[in-house]
Design a protein around this ligand. Structure first.
Ligand SMILES: *Cc1c(COP(=O)(O)O)cnc(C)c1O
Length: 392
């Protein structure tokens, strides 16, 4: 992978030993523009903050997308601080305080169960008010009987903790009709993580829209919104791309009932390519026939490859500085495992990547680390210093 000049410059000026995330504003902007072009005119585009909650990244997306999707009180606070024009609040296990804060922030609430709906209504009874006045807009997250898509995680069409089982939707709609202060405006149908098949994704969206129209008719819902969630995928280890052109073709001519907005809320696809994780090689060694490059860094900063069990490719950034009076260790034309500084054999970012030359002191740069990188990692394990977080 070719390293952008701005990323190289940031890594070269980082303090040593180098351990840094570099986020590129320009790449964030490009991803938003590319996704927008693939979506039908008038569709809403929210950014799912959990993919990368760095305040500057969130601010960029707040300015470029229609709004932000958040799933905790912490993310809600980030979205409000970033000046998001619209906020959608989702996720299972919302507390009373989070529900009240989301109401006060003017968010649309993606409600996950009848129990949560009742607590929301109770919260309104305790004094939480939606800023615009009027009733709080709610979309019910539905775990449909069908509607499954292939990807890394499946959320719907299977037993998961997410949403209301389609078979219990009538019960939810009845409860919403009885809940004071709440207005059911539509359905939230986030179904998958990391789908790489754009054609299948487009078919899922079409089917979700048709399903929503039929379900609204059946249950007497005044449909205003169909949120199909995120899930646009990134192929980290291979060369596959989620084909936005195929998505555009697949969604062309999609008709929504009048007054109904189609909403997307991707995280991974918008943020992945804008992030780079750089870690300097502290040691090179060979045990039992394998070469290991030991990094100042590891899975406590970039857990994704370990969490998903794949090898994340890196690019070697040569560093000439060698301050020691002894010979510089190096390997030439061998396969190395890129491993971290943790005392566990699971601290592996890459297995068996061939390098032309690698020296102690060079920096390994891992691309496509902008989503679910730093944010999902177990930072406190072993208490090493955190990476620098640099935005260029
Ligand atoms: C995680 C999540 C998203 C974003 O998913 P990506 O795979 O990052 O696009 C969107 N909506 C909900 C409800 C989520 O949980």
């Amino acid at each position: 992978m070719t390293l952008p000049a701005s990323v190289v410059a940031a890594v070269r000026t980082a303090s040593t030993p180098v351990c840094a995330y570099v986020y590129q504003r320009q790449a964030l902007a490009a991803a938003v523009a590319a996704v927008r072009e693939a979506l039908p005119a008038g569709a809403g585009l929210l950014y799912a903050v959990k993919a990368n909650g760095h305040p500057e990244v969130v601010a960029q997306f707040a300015g470029r997308c229609d709004g932000l999707e958040v799933a905790s009180g912490g993310e809600l606070a980030l979205a409000v601080a970033a000046g998001a024009r619209r906020v959608a609040f989702g996720g299972p296990g919302k507390t009373d305080d989070e529900l009240a804060a989301a109401v006060r922030a003017g968010a649309v609430l993606h409600v996950e169960s009848v129990g949560e709906l009742r607590r929301l209504a109770w919260t309104l009874g305790q004094g939480a008010r939606w800023p615009g006045g009027g009733r709080v807009p709610v979309a019910v997250r539905v775990n449909r009987a069908g509607g499954a898509l292939t990807g890394s995680h499946q959320m719907t069409g299977a037993a998961t903790p997410f949403g209301v089982d389609e078979a219990q939707l009538g019960e939810f709609v009845t409860a919403a009709g009885l809940a004071p202060g709440v207005r059911l405006v539509g359905f939230h149908l986030h179904a998958v993580s990391n789908s790489l098949d754009a054609k299948a994704y487009a078919a899922f969206v079409r089917e979700a829209v048709a399903w929503a129209g039929a379900a609204a008719g059946q249950h007497g819902v005044d449909l205003r919104m169909v949120n199909v969630g995120g899930g646009l995928g990134v192929d980290y280890a291979g060369g596959e791309r989620f084909d936005l052109g195929a998505l555009r073709v697949g969604l062309a001519g999609l008709e929504l009932p009048p007054g109904v907005e189609l909403v997307f809320e991707p995280g991974r696809f918008l943020a992945a390519d804008a992030g780079w994780y750089a870690a300097q090689v502290l040691d090179l060694k060979r045990t039992h026939g394998r070469w290991f490059a030991v990094l100042r860094g590891g899975t406590h900063h970039f857990r994704l490859p370990a969490a998903w069990g794949y090898s994340h490719p890196f690019t070697v950034l040569p560093v000439d500085r060698w301050p020691y009076p002894f010979a510089r260790p190096q390997v030439v034309g061998v396969e190395v495992d890129a491993v971290g500084e943790l005392c566990t054999p699971r601290d592996v970012l890459t297995r068996g990547q061939r390098v032309d030359r690698l020296r102690v002191g060079d920096v390994l740069v891992f691309g496509r680390a902008g989503a679910y990188g730093w944010d999902i990692s177990h930072h406190e394990f072993l208490r090493h210093p955190k990476p620098a977080l640099i935005v260029v």
